[in-house]
Design a protein around this ligand. Structure first.
Ligand SMILES: Nc1ncnc2c1ncn2[C@@H]1O[C@H](COP(=O)(O)OP(=O)(O)OP(=O)(O)O)[C@@H](O)[C@H]1O
Ligand SMILES: [Mg+2]
Length: 322
């Protein structure tokens, strides 16, 4: 469905000098390599999360896949098309939502923008009505679509943006930070909607987000990208397996008023909670010691949070000479 081979993107921005003749005839350019030879494939019905720090190249990748930007080099095929040719048949099959950017008419109610989208994408009346009603219901947006866009809150506007980009039932949906800036409640609304939408319409979805909750709740596969290079592409579960070797044991002591016994490992104690961070392979030796020496009312063993794992991968990469 999506095939990307050796994709490179270099942005060229003109550098202004004080010499106007030079600017005119021998303009100098600054080059920025935003994507450095990346390759991946995405199949039908997949839900993929692109994760990486600011400036990693996530938005650039999405813009190239959707035909907004030209690649500098490499082969890109999406639904059998070359995106930047912007063929109508191609554009009718994709949708793009950018959390940072408003795509609807500001002064008018969203329903007018939807009508416009219907015409542009040549959606027939019956499909339009059915899809619109369904989306409105899923997003609980009956009243909102009638109000001028500028009177809506950020979260309400995002619901409108989502509807607008889905009315033509795209086969591929690009979601670039759809929850950015939203409060936790609005984030959950958007997240639940996306999940339900994919269940109903089986679109291929590519999502970027700085909120790991989005990635964890929605995607199975993640592509980690940093300074234009892919540093991991696989299942979220494998990421944990491969990169995380830490566990946290939290114990609630039965009698916190008593003195703690001598323990052969490092811990952090704030009565009644005893916390131990340890390497996975140490579990076998430390657990029996705990069971033998400590009376507790509760004990949990947790994986390292996915945020931590990903943060460490990016940090490790920065430390290692390349
Ligand atoms: N129009 C542009 N002209 C020049 N450089 C650009 C342009 N757009 C992006 N860049 C640069 O390309 C790199 C990748 O940018 P991109 O927007 O793809 O990152 P991102 O992963 O989406 O980051 P963020 O998480 O901040 O959205 C950055 O170094 C950025 O400064
Ligand atoms: Mg971006």
């Amino acid at each position: 469905m999506i095939k990307v081979n050796n994709l490179t993107k270099i942005y060229r921005t003109p550098i202004k000098t004080n010499n106007f003749l030079q600017d005119l005839f021998a303009r100098k350019y600054e080059e920025k390599k935003a994507l450095n030879n990346i390759s991946f494939e995405i199949g039908e019905d997949e839900f993929v999360g692109f994760v990486g720090p600011n400036g990693a190249g996530k938005t650039t990748t999405m813009k190239i896949l959707s035909g907004i930007l030209y690649p500098t080099s490499g082969n890109i095929e999406v639904l059998g098309f070359t995106p930047f040719e912007k063929r109508k048949e191609f554009l009718k099959q994709i949708g793009f939502v950018m959390g940072q950017k408003n795509q609807l008419l500001w002064e008018l109610p969203a329903i007018d923008s939807f009508q416009l989208a219907k015409e542009i994408y040549e959606v027939n009346d019956i499909t339009y009505k059915k899809t619109l009603n369904n989306l409105i219901e899923l997003l609980d947006a009956q009243k909102l679509v009638e109000q001028p866009l500028k009177t809506l809150s950020l979260g309400q506007r995002m619901r409108m943006e989502l509807i607008a980009s889905l009315l033509h039932q795209p086969k591929i949906l690009f979601l670039d930070e759809p929850t950015i800036g939203l409060d936790i409640f609005a984030q959950t609304t958007v997240r639940n909607f996306i999940k339900e939408y994919q269940r109903m319409y089986h679109a291929t979805i590519i999502l970027t987000s700085h909120y790991m909750q989005d990635v964890q709740k929605l995607t199975k596969r993640v592509i980690l990208i940093d300074t234009g290079k892919i540093i991991f592409d696989g299942q979220l579960g494998d990421l944990k397996e491969e990169y995380s070797d830490e566990k946290t044991i939290t114990i609630t002591l039965e009698r916190p008023e008593e003195k703690l016994p001598d323990l052969d490992f490092k811990y952090d104690y704030q009565a009644p909670l005893l916390k131990i961070n340890l390497k996975k392979e140490k579990l076998n030796t430390i657990l029996p010691e705990i069971l033998k020496k400590i009376d507790f009312s509760d004990l949990t063993i947790e994986d390292e949070p996915i945020e931590e794992i990903i943060k460490n991968i990016f940090m490790r990469k920065k430390d290692s000479p390349s």
